[in-house]
Design a protein around this ligand. Sequence first.
Ligand code: ZN
Length: 274
Amino acid sequence: MTTAQTGTANLVQVLQFYDSLFVTYPFHEEKYGHAQFGWGGGMEHQTMSYVSSFGWGLLTHELAHQWFGDMVTCGSWEDIWLNEGFATYLEGISRERFPSQVQTQWYDWKAGKISSIVSQPGGSVLVDDTTSVNRIFSSRLSYNKGSYLLHMLRWKLGGDAFFGGLRNYLNDRQYDYARTTSLQSHLEATSGQDLDEYFEDWFRGQGFPSYKVVWEQSSQGDVYIQLNQTTSMPSSVDFFEMPVPILLIGADNDTIVRLEHTPKRRAVQLELAI
Ligand SMILES: [Zn+2]
C-alpha cells in the first residue's frame, strides 16, 4: 500500500507532461489507475494498467501506452514498435524531464539502450517473423532500438517538427490502428524532409553504424575533420545517412557542428569563431 502510494505520487506530473507534448490524456473522463498483479512487468489495460511493482520506469512506460498502444494501436505485429518503442522512449524522456525524481538518469538510460542495441550485429525494428512471440516482443529490437529510432528522428528533424508530427499522427489515427507508413508521412509533412531512406535503413534494415573521426588542427587554427563509418550488417545497410554531431572545444567557447554524413566523399567548410 505504502509502496503503491509512494510510487504513484509523482505520476500525475508525468501525465501532465505527456499531455503537454502530445494530446490530452485520451481517457480523461474515465480517469487512470493501477491494479497490482503477480506476473512480471506490466500490461497497459486502457485506463487501468496492471503492474507488478511501482517503479518509475514501469509506471511511465505503461502510462505512455494510453496514447501509444491504447488510443492508437499498431495495425500489425510487424509494427509493434509503434506501441513498445514509443512507450520505452516516453519512459526515457520522462527521465530527461524529471531528473530529480529518478535514480537512473537520462544519459545513463540512453547508454544502456545503446549497449543493448549493439550487443548483436543484426536485427530490424520491423518484425520479420510475426509467428514468434519472442521476436515480436524482442526487448533489444522492438523496445530499445524502436525507442532509439524515435530519439534519432527528434535529432534529425528537430523537436518542433518531431513532436508536431506525433501530435498529428495521434489526432489522425485516434481510436484506430496505425502502420509505420502513417507515422512516416506525418513526420515528413511537419519537417518537409523525405524519410524514405531513413525508414529503409533504420526500420527495415538491420544493424547500426560505427563512426571513426580523424582530425587535425593547423597552426592557423583551422580544424580538419574526417568522418568515416562502417556498418555492422553491410549486406543489409552499407551506409546510414545521418546528421552526426561533433563537439568542438575552443579556448573561449564550445560548439556542436552537425555534419550531414552522406556516402559520397565531400568537403564542407564552416566558419566558426570559438
Ligand atoms: Zn509496453
